[in-house]
Design a binder for this molecule. Structure first.
Ligand code: ATP
Length: 324
């Protein structure tokens, strides 16, 4: 049955483009004469009844803004039975008959648990810079994050080549190397260390040594924060212990999360925000809307977080060949 009153929230880490997704969902809902309400600070807003009606103008001038106008949170209470029961009560009180949840894999898991327990109709949207959700080629925020990281890498390369230094640049990615691989390829890195593949410290040391002997002016190694061999500082120390080569570390950190969303993220967010409301209107729920091969697809919640999206090993091969 077509919903009359939809709720929307952003959950987990913020990502550029979340506002563009909220805007698209709000405008689409209004177009179809569906009322739409925003919950503040992720699932906490549903638990505490922190709700506002979103009108056309509520989302004016937000498509270009980073972060999320609804605020986001990691809600531990929502993981408990009483927390979820309170959330269900809020929805009943405000007669909300469907929800749109924008977030990462944790948020999709939370949505799935809520659906299983109370039969709430929910559609998810992939909003995370990590790009680690199964069911979409790209997540909202990934493109902006890699562009922000790339800007920093380019600047570091200027100083790295002037001073002929070895740099370890740490990028975000606790469990996934998508950011690392993309930044490594686009930034012309000598090597990329990611959680999905084993790191060979001795092999890396040999390669850096060869590069120095060849007369390479700069050596840039991108390190995903979650690499199993350690963070950028630890890797730097391990290499120094073998090569006795001076090095510098740059941790890019939260700059990767912020900023105005790129054109690609705004386009993706607008399409998916529209598709979420369209899906609910067609009585689709219990799934996340994503884009695969330029086509909108709806993937059951469980698959989005239980299946691991695979990195493209060819990218790693290309990085190595281009750095020879
Ligand atoms: P990011 O990828 O940016 O870290 P995320 O959505 O994966 O985003 P998480 O902190 O893992 O971020 O999850 C967001 C929220 O989803 C949690 O704080 C919690 O409120 C909810 N959540 C996660 N797992 C569950 C669960 N098993 N049951 C209920 N709620 C959950």
């Amino acid at each position: 049955m077509r919903p009359k009153r939809i709720g929307i929230l952003t959950s987990g880490g913020d990502a550029p483009g979340m506002n563009a997704a909220i805007r698209a969902a709000v405008r689409t809902a209004i177009h179809y004469q569906i009322k739409i309400f925003g919950f503040k600070h992720g699932y906490n807003g549903v638990i505490n009844g922190d709700i506002i009606e979103l009108k056309r103008n509520s989302v004016a001038n937000t498509i270009q803004r980073g972060g999320t106008i609804l605020g986001t949170a990691r809600s531990t209470e929502f993981k408990t039975d009483p927390g979820m029961a309170k959330a269900k009560k809020t929805l009943k009180k405000h007669k909300i008959d469907a929800l749109i949840v924008i977030g990462g894999d944790g948020s999709m898991k939370g949505a799935h648990e809520f659906t299983k327990k109370y039969r709430i109709k929910i559609i998810g949207l992939p909003g995370t810079i990590d790009n680690d959700l199964f069911g979409t080629d790209f997540t909202i925020g990934f493109d902006t994050a890699i562009n922000s990281a790339l800007e920093a890498v380019d600047k570091i390369r200027d100083t790295a080549s002037s001073l002929e230094r070895l740099f370890f640049i740490e990028v975000m990615g606790r469990y996934a190397g998508f950011i690392g691989l993309a930044v490594g390829l686009a930034g012309g890195a000598e090597d990329v260390l990611i959680p999905e593949t084993p790191t060979d410290i001795n092999g890396l040391a040999k390669q850096i040594n060869r590069n120095i002997k060849k007369g390479k002016k700069s050596n840039i190694v991108i390190v995903s924060e979650g690499d199993e061999a350690g963070n950028a500082f630890i890797i730097g120390e391990k290499i120094k212990a073998i090569l006795d080569e001076d090095y510098r570390v740059a941790v890019l950190g939260y700059i990767q999360r912020g900023g105005s969303p790129s054109a690609s993220d705004r386009i993706l967010a607008s399409k998916l925000g529209y598709a979420a409301v369209y899906g609910l209107k067609k009585d689709m729920h219990g799934c996340m809307v994503g884009e695969i091969n330029k086509k909108i697809v709806y993937t059951p919640f469980e698959k989005t977080y239980s299946r691991k999206k695979k990195i493209d090993p060819d990218i790693y091969t290309i990085i190595k060949i281009l750095a020879e």
